[in-house]
Every structure is written in structure tokens, then in C-alpha cells.
Design a binder for this molecule. Structure first.
Ligand code: ZN
Length: 657
């Protein structure tokens, strides 16, 4: 491990707080030091308040902030003196401590100070850095961990046995620090938890952290427990989407809400899932306390959820969760699944939750593999770690507030998604929290959105192979397909039937009808497993109820598609799948309509472009966004009891009403 300190950048920092932000971000940049909100840092400074009094302020990382991206407002300014007084108390409950921390900050808008605030206050150094460094925690989570750490660091660190973060830990640190610390002490190891370093300036504290962690990494290397080979996955990937959606269906049932299930495809994950002793090593416990709730501490091996639930309850329920809100986090659905065929699978209520679980478990696998080479993986039992950092999670939850977005945990597949109505649908579903699988011929579809909830796949809907592959891909990424938005279609040039060639007819039918039939048929087994029941929206056209001359192939294809939707509503109703159609008209913001064409069409009717665009009963323009919003609404619970409906989006058309 190397220092990332850059003196040129550091010299631009104008205050201790700015330096604190800079070096906190250096720590946050390395996922082997801190992952997703883990770790915390602080700095003690003297400030003059409005009354002209000088006071000592502890700037400490606030809950809900991540070291990788923290900014100055992410540090809570806490008065130091009352913190030191608190440390003299015999005991202090968690709610009392929260109250003390929250009422001793000097800025009303400050985030809640870290649960480790009193501990930081007690350490007699200006800068304090705390991480959950993989190498140190791995060493600590082995059979002879404490002994090895003592031998490696000698007088450099004070060693604290595991105690849950909070007041009791702060007091114990104060006591042991006085007993053990001397002139050589530059840090502190919290067994089964992490490591602290400190110093009089930002660089010293940061580089001591790097030095201590580097020592642990070198130690592991010398013991042959650092470098791990990764067996590349060589077999042909077998289609597994049906098994995956069924697993997700069960998972969602246990969780009581739709869950995202990410089949990671990680070679290391597959290798680990296939270890002969995976049952034994993977179930001993998590790396550090803050991983307990997020990964549920113990992974499910295989796919037997009932068996898992029993084990899970044995682990946790005996411990009696402390609050009802806490209990809701205890839904018995696993977050990590190690499956012989699927490898490492990660679940979460949202895509970002599943991604956090993925990151954490990749580190867990590496830690277990290394520890197994160093005397054997021996973490604390999950039960003892249970309550921890529930604090941070709780705070983050409060910060977010409100109800989750309507499609959170659900997946929609949208065709023709690179432009026009399809593109607008992508935005409307993303805005409602759905994970979106977007298909289009245009290769730019992969770059259309940067959200983690988005997967763009270039796909020619004529090719059944390409369609199956896209479904497989979408299911591996998110766990299923709950909603289908059939938007792709072509509008041929105006031709009277007398001049319409067979080729042209078939070309339009092939994409507007045949491709949709194939996609519906392939998606059926997936939609059937949708936790909130499958939904399909087909993009029809005003031409279905009110056809015009010159568009025979287009009108017939959309009418046939509408009829197909009606038949399927009858056939699939028993599976709870509902299908509805939208009939948009005069949507001019779709790229096909250039200013010249619009002008020509308007002139043809003796209208201005503005009049032409809003030539309907309500006198309104219809945008792609309007159509997309209605498509999303059709998939929402608002329309839960509606199937086989055909809804115009046309501002009112005399020939349709
Ligand atoms: Zn910690």
C-alpha cells in the first residue's frame, strides 16, 4: 500500500478542515481501506464563537457521508469540552448519547456526528483517521489474530478487544490507551473491527495509516496469504434466466417486496461458491460489524430459502432487535447467495443496495480466502456484531425519508429505446425507480443513460437469438423482467395498397408484429414470475381506431398487434399479467419529424405549424414525454385492475371519439 499524498494539492488547502477533507478522500479512494460509508475521520481545531470566546471544536465525519466523496459540510462541528466530560460518566445509553451529540454541534444544519465521536474526542491528537482496512481485519479475524497483530506492531499500536461502537467502547479505549500508549504509539487496532491512526498534522496521520496497513499487507504476503490466484471461468455460459427469475420470485416473497437480484458472473465468486467447504467457511460471520446488516452476515448456500430462513432466525431473532424499525430490516431474504451454478448472486431492495452487497462480498471472499491460509477464518459470531452501525444506516434512512419510488426493485424492458417515445419511456421509468433494460438497433443505446439502474443492449429484434440473449443479459443483471414496453416499430413511406409490394408489407409486419409476438412469447415465463405481477404496454397508434390512406401495412400491423394484446389478456389473465395499449397520435418530437416535413404537412392542410401540431379537440401538443408518463402510469398500481384497455393519447380526435 502506497501513500497517495500530493503535496501540491495539499498546499492549496487553506485550513485544517480543508486538509481533513483532502486526506479523508485519499482514504476513501481505496476500497481496501473503506467501503461504502465505512470508516471515519476527525480533526480538532480552535475557533472563536460570536461572543468572542475561543472554544475547541471536533470536526467529525457525519452520518450518511462517504469518505470518498466527503465535503466540508459532511463534518459535524462538535464542542470538544462536553464530549470529554461525558467520558467520565459511568454509563450512557445510545439514545442519550445521540441526544448529547446532536445538541453539542455548533451548526444547526450539521449531519449527526459519528457514533465514534466520543472515542475521537478522547484521543489526544489533532488528526484521527479510522478505516476498516482489509489486511488488518483479515489478520484479526484468524485463530491467532490478536497474537499476530501484537507481534507485528509491538508498541506502535494499542490493541482493543472487540466492543460494539458506542459509549462503552469509548470508555474502554480511554482506559486501555492510558495503560498501553507510549511515545512510539501511532495507532490503535480494534480487533475484528478496524484500525486507527493519529498525528499532529493531516499528512502524518494519513501516512501512519498507510504505513500500518502496509505492514499488515506485507505480513500476509510473507505468510503466503496475500496473492490469490483467480481461476478464469472457461465453461460456456448456460442460459439460466428461468432459474434466476424463480429464485428472485421466492426471494421477493420472503422480503415482502420486489427485490433486485444481480447474478454477478464473478469468477472469484463462482470459484468460492464451488469450494468443497463453502458451507463451513462462509457461514462463520462477516468481516466487520458494518457489513452485518447489509449482507445479512451469513450468505445462503444454494437455493433453499426455507432452510436459510431457519438458520437466519437462529442467528438473529434470539438477539431480540432493539426497535421495530430495526425489525423491518430483518426481512428473512438473504442478500448474498452462493450457488454452485449461478456463483455469487447479490440481492437488494434497489440496484444500488445490491451493488453495495456485491462490493462488500467480493472483499469478504478475498478476506476469507486469505485468512484460511493464515490459520483459519475466525470472525466474531454475527450475533455479537449485530447492533453495530445500525446507527449509520438508521441515519441514512432518516436522511432519505419518504416512501421508496413506485417501481423500486422492479425491472422494465423497453424496445426501440434509443429515440422518440422509447427514449422518453426510459426516462419516465427510471424516474420511478425501475431498473431499465433498453433495447435498440442503434449501438448508442449502451450510452444513453449513466444510471446504475440502466442497461442498454444493442439488439436486432428480427433475430430470435439476439432477443434471447438480451433477455438473458437483463435477467442476469437485475433478476427478472416485470414490465414489457413494446415500442419498437417502423412507419413506412405513404403508399396506396394498389402499389404496395409484398416485400414492403412483410418488412413492416416483420418488425411491428412478428418481432413483438416472439418477444412476448419469450418473455411470458419471466413475466409470470414478476413479484408484483407482469405488465405489458404495447404502443399502438391512432391508426388502429381511425386509419388513414396510404398506411395500409402500418395500420394493419398495429391493429393486429392490438388484437394480439387482447387475446393475450385473455390467455394470461390467470397469471395476473395485464396488457394494455396506448394509441398516440401526432407526436412530433420524435426525430422523424424535421422542421421541413412539419412545414410541408401544415401547408398541405392550410395550417401554420403550431396549428398543425395542436390540431385536436383540446388544442394541445402531444409530446413523447406525455406518452411515456401514461405508459408508466399504466404499469403502476393505479391501473392494477385494468387489462386489455386501449387508451388514446391524441388530445381528442373526432374520428376516434
Ligand atoms: Zn468503524
Amino acid at each position: 500500500m502506497q501513500s497517495l499524498w500530493d503535496e501540491r494539492v495539499a498546499s492549496n488547502c487553506k485550513s485544517h478542515l480543508e486538509l481533513r477533507v483532502y486526506s479523508s478522500r485519499l482514504l476513501g479512494r481505496d476500497p481496501s481501506l473503506v467501503l461504502h460509508g465505512g470508516g471515519n475521520t476527525s480533526v480538532k481545531v480552535r475557533e472563536v464563537n460570536l461572543m468572542g470566546e475561543e472554544e475547541e471544536i471536533l470536526y467529525i465525519k457525519g452520518s450518511g457521508w462517504d469518505l470518498a466523496t466527503i465535503e466540508a459540510p459532511g463534518f459535524a462541528p462538535v464542542r470538544l469540552a462536553p464530549m470529554l466530560q461525558l467520558a467520565h460518566l459511568e454509563s450512557l445509553s445510545d439514545p442519550q448519547m445521540v441526544n448529547e451529540l446532536k445538541t453539542r454541534v455548533t451548526r444547526a444544519s450539521a449531519p449527526t456526528p459519528s457514533v465514534e465521536t466520543i472515542l475521537h474526542a478522547l484521543l489526544p491528537h489533532r488528526y484521527v483517521d479510522h478505516t476498516h482496512a482489509d489486511a488488518v481485519v483479515t489478520m484479526s479475524n484468524t485463530a491467532d489474530g490478536p497474537k499476530r497483530i501484537r507481534e507485528l506492531y509491538g508498541d506502535k499500536v494499542v490493541i482493543i478487544p472487540y466492543i460494539m461502537p458506542g459509549f462503552a467502547l469509548a470508555r474502554e479505549v480511554a482506559r486501555l490507551f492510558q495503560e498501553q500508549a507510549n511515545a512510539d504509539t501511532i495507532g490503535m487496532v480494534l480487533l475484528n473491527h478496524g484500525i486507527f491512526s493519529f498525528g499532529d498534522n493531516a499528512r502524518e496521520s494519513y501516512e501512519r495509516m498507510i504505513k500500518l496497513v502496509d505492514m499488515a499487507e506485507r505480513y500476509l504476503a510473507a505468510e503466503g496469504a496475500w496473492e490469490l490466484s483467480e481461476t478464469p471461468f472457461t465453461g460456456e455460459p448456460v442460459p439460466q434466466r428461468q432459474e434466476i427469475v424463480q429464485l428472485r420470485q421466492q426471494l421477493s416473497r420472503k422480503a415482502g417486496k420486489p427485490m433486485i437480484l444481480h447474478v454477478t458472473g464473478s469468477a472469484r465468486g463462482l470459484e468460492f461458491a464451488r469450494r468443497y467447504d463453502v458451507q463451513k467457511v462462509a457461514q462463520r460471520g462477516p468481516i466487520t460489524p458494518d457489513h452485518v446488516i447489509r449482507t445479512k452476515a451469513i450468505p445462503m448456500i444454494g437455493r433453499d430459502l426455507d432452510h436459510y430462513e431457519k438458520g437466519y432466525r437462529d442467528y438473529f431473532i434470539a438477539h431480540e432487535p432493539s426497535s421495530s424499525e430495526h425489525k423491518t430490516m430483518l426481512d428473512p431474504a438473504p442478500r448474498v447467495i452462493l450457488d454452485h451454478d449461478l456463483g455469487l448472486c447479490c440481492a437488494g431492495a434497489s440496484v444500488s443496495d445490491a451493488a453495495i452487497v456485491h462490493d462488500i462480498y467480493q472483499h469478504t471472499i478475498v478476506a476469507i480466502q486469505r485468512a484460511e491460509r493464515l490459520g483459519g477464518w475466525k470472525p466474531l459470531p454475527a450475533r455479537e456484531l449485530f447492533e453495530v452501525e445500525y446507527w449509520d444506516l438508521e441515519q441514512a434512512k432518516l436522511k432519505k425519508g419518504g416512501t421508496p419510488p413506485i417501481f423500486q426493485g422492479e425491472v422494465v424492458l423497453i424496445t426501440g429505446a434509443a429515440s422518440g417515445i422509447g427514449k422518453a419511456c426510459v426516462a419516465s421509468f427510471l424516474a420511478r425507480g425501475a431498473a431499465v433494460v433498453a433495447l435498440d438497433l442503434n449501438p448508442e443505446i449502451t450510452q444513453l443513460q449513466s444510471s446504475a439502474n440502466y442497461l442498454g443492449i444493442p439488439c436486432d429484434l428480427h433475430s430470435s437469438e439476439a432477443v434471447t440473449q438480451a433477455l438473458e443479459c437483463g435477467v442476469r443483471r437485475f433478476g427478472g423482467i416485470d414490465m414489457l414496453l413494446l415500442n419498437a416499430g417502423i412507419f413506412a413511406a405513404s403508399t396506396p395498397v394498389a402499389k404496395l409490394s409484398d416485400e414492403e408489407w412483410r418488412r413492416v409486419m416483420a418488425i411491428n408484429l412478428d418481432a413483438n409476438l416472439a418477444l412476448l412469447r419469450e418473455s411470458y415465463p419471466l413475466l409470470k414470475c414478476a413479484p408484483n405481477r407482469g405488465r405489458v404496454v404495447i404502443m399502438g397508434s391512432k391508426n388502429v381506431p381511425a386509419p388513414g390512406p396510404g398506411a395500409a401495412a402500418y395500420s394493419a400491423s398495429k391493429a393486429a398487434l392490438t388484437q394480439l394484446m387482447r387475446v393475450l389478456a385473455i390467455e394470461w389473465g390467470k397469471d395476473g399479467i395485464r396488457l394494455n395499449a396506448l394509441h398516440p397520435n401526432a407526436v412530433f418530437d420524435t426525430g422523424i419529424w424535421t422542421e421541413e416535413i412539419l412545414q410541408a404537412r401544415a401547408q398541405h392542410y392550410g395550417l401554420t405549424v403550431a396549428q398543425y401540431k395542436s390540431n385536436n379537440l383540446l388544442g394541445v401538443e402531444i409530446s413523447s414525454h406525455d406518452v411515456a408518463e401514461l405508459a408508466a402510469a399504466l404499469c403502476s398500481p393505479l391501473f392494477a385492475k385494468t387489462t386489455a384497455a386501449q387508451i388514446p393519447v391524441d388530445g381528442g380526435n373526432e374520428r376516434v371519439v
